[in-house]
Design a protein around this ligand. Sequence first.
Ligand code: KG4
Ligand code: ZN
Length: 341
Amino acid sequence: MLVLSIETSCDDTSVAIVCERGKVLALESQNQDEIHGQFGGVIPELACRNHTLRILPLVDSVLQSAKINWQQIDGIAVTSQPGLVGALLVGVSTAKSLALIHGKPIIGVDHLEGHLHAPLAQWKDYRPDPDFTYPFLGLCVSGGHTSLYEVQDLGKRKVLGQTLDDAAGEAFDKFGKLMGLGYPAGAHLDKLASDGDVKKYEFPRALLKDKKDLNFSFSGLKTAGRLTLEKHAEANKKDLAASYQEAIVDVLVEKLDRAFKQTSIPRVVITGGVSANSRLRMRCQEWAQEKGLQLLVPPLALCTDNAGMIGYVGLKMLERGWTSDMTLAPSPSTKLGLHAQ
Ligand code: KG4
Ligand code: ZN
């Protein structure tokens, strides 16, 4: 079985082909960082226009590089929620047109469902443990989301905790911007922090007092970051980055540990753009080893927004006969009816 998948929920245009066992055969993504970087954030209208220009050449290119033709494709998966509605519309309209032209079923996929399953896909020499099963704990950390889930089955998840204000990626990006790093700043800050002192500056860790609390809050940290920068204008940037990053990672690992204690589920994934963070990956691996847990962390290509994860979920949905029809419409938020609850 072969699925062609499309992801355009924000500013990344991405197309993939995924085959049986959830192996990503081909994946091509184009970010728009240079376009939006000058504004310091995503401009939805520009994101839509550039998706429109890029999507069909990417479809052709992926088919060519995987040496697959349209007759061999069994379905077209597309992110239909949540995201920027105009950006989603480009992907959904393209998928519908291709489905009509080539006579293929269409599968609307929830973007968060994609992130949560990204570490289960095979990619190049990355092979997830075949024994990894539902239920599992999923920490989804990106520019727009910071949520902790109990993933019970395909399309069935329960929110255990979520951010009350900003996402972890937003906290990385805003502080990085103030430090004059590139856009988005997460990866730059990660690199800068690699040989900094994590204890040099004190930053707040929010919502830790009540041991049952699984929610997150990063707005106080953002303010503390700005104030620290103002106060220590001559500070060592590496130490600042390392101390700030540690405050985010400490909270994420602590909440994961609480979720494990509360649910006793010994299988965990971390996913989303921030799961590319080297310190978070290392700390989670140490934690999982200490507690004897099975931890899956996606390969870097599947951390940030990508069509590989959408193709993986699309393939699993197609196997269960969960297809959509031509009434499929983009939604800015997660809505029921896509088998994602
Ligand atoms: O999943 P994603 O591509 O898009 C959203 O759905 O938001 O995540 C993008 C976010 C950005 O905030 C970016 O700064 C962050 O992921 N990010 C990182 C790293 N790589 C990307 N944050 C920390 N460390 C990284 N290495
Ligand atoms: Zn995302």
